[in-house]
Design a binder for this molecule. Structure first.
Ligand SMILES: Nc1ncnc2c1ncn2[C@@H]1O[C@H](COP(=O)(O)OP(=O)(O)O)[C@@H](O)[C@H]1O
Ligand SMILES: [Mg+2]
Length: 284
């Protein structure tokens, strides 16, 4: 029997930190490496990941091109059992199952987080975002206490550690990924580095560098393209080469279990024809 897909959950409880953008880029980067990837959007209202991948499917048809992509669906159900059913269905035969979560406390996002093999928490380089996982002293920037969210994940990991023993599952790897890094902000970055370093030891997460601040990330959504889709993006300057390199570094930093090398399966990733019955109704 094939093993269950490795679950990568993009979560924190705040909007606008780059969960959906990072989730899509990681999913497509994995597909480019030949992995079979499925994705579930847990935000039936915004559906950013769902719509991004839908746009990608439309671009593939419109331009008559083949691009690696991911299976996807949106979850709009009302029970953890229904979510697990969808996960089992869409994740069948996949190497990775990506979850994108809404930027608020949500029971299904919590559930997904406790089941994560890799939990990715994107954070903008700002103490506003840092506040999600810990509070710092106003004068010294030393960490004063953990936030509710960090406590929650801490608890989830404890439960998970027990399951790890019982079901021989791997331990949850929690990675805080810094998004929208701007190299001009050296002082702020250094302070955040220090605070994150301190907190990572206390809570047990790793820190990885994510995407830097680039306008292109805001422009790719309508076409569903990613920075990896060379040849589809027109003339790209050297800064995009650097950006692709960053994406590769991010993937390496996530330290995911890659399947044995196979070519990207373009047909596998065809967008599903119909949204599941639980999907939110489409706007007219
Ligand atoms: N690295 C980046 N550079 C520039 N803009 C970004 C970057 N990452 C995200 N954005 C933009 O920031 C906004 C929030 O990102 P999004 O991925 O939707 O966050 P979340 O899913 O956490 O709410 C979007 O407008 C997105 O295009
Ligand atoms: Mg989002």
């Amino acid at each position: 029997m094939p093993s269950a897909p490795h679950r990568i959950v993009f979560a924190n409880e705040k909007g606008g930190t780059g969960k959906s953008t990072t989730a899509v880029h990681v999913a497509i980067a994995l597909a480019y490496q030949g992995a079979r990837v499925a994705a579930i959007d847990l935000d039936p209202r915004q559906r950013t990941l769902h719509r991004y991948l839908e746009n990608r499917g439309e671009t593939i048809v419109r331009r008559k091109i083949d691009l690696p992509t991911a299976r996807f669906d949106v979850f709009g159900g009302d029970s953890v059992e229904a979510l697990e059913d969808l996960a089992a269905e869409i994740g069948q035969g996949c190497d990775f199952l990506v979850f994108d979560t809404p930027g608020r406390d949500d029971p299904f996002a919590r559930h997904a987080a406790t089941r994560a093999d890799t939990l990715v928490t994107p954070l903008n380089d700002s103490f506003v975002d840092f506040d999600l996982i810990g509070q710092v002293d106003a004068e010294t920037f030393k960490v004063r206490r953990l936030s509710f969210y960090a406590e929650l994940i801490w608890e989830a990991r404890k439960k998970r550690a027990m399951a790890t023993l019982a079901d021989k599952r791997r331990e949850m790897d929690w990675v805080v990924v810094r998004n929208r890094i701007q190299h001009v902000e050296a002082r702020n970055k250094r302070r955040l580095d220090e605070a994150l370093g301190e907190l990572s030891k206390r809570v047990g997460f790793r820190v990885a560098n994510g995407l830097s601040e680039r306008v292109i990330y805001r422009e790719l959504f309508p076409s569903g393209l990613t920075l990896l889709d060379k040849g589809q993006l027109g003339e790209l300057g050297t800064s995009h080469l650097v950006a692709r390199q960053e994406l590769r570094a991010l993937l390496a930093g996530l330290n995911l279990p890659m399947p044995a090398k196979r070519a990207p399966e373009l047909a596998f990733a065809e967008p599903r024809q119909q949204a599941s019955p639980q999907a939110a109704p489409q706007a007219a």
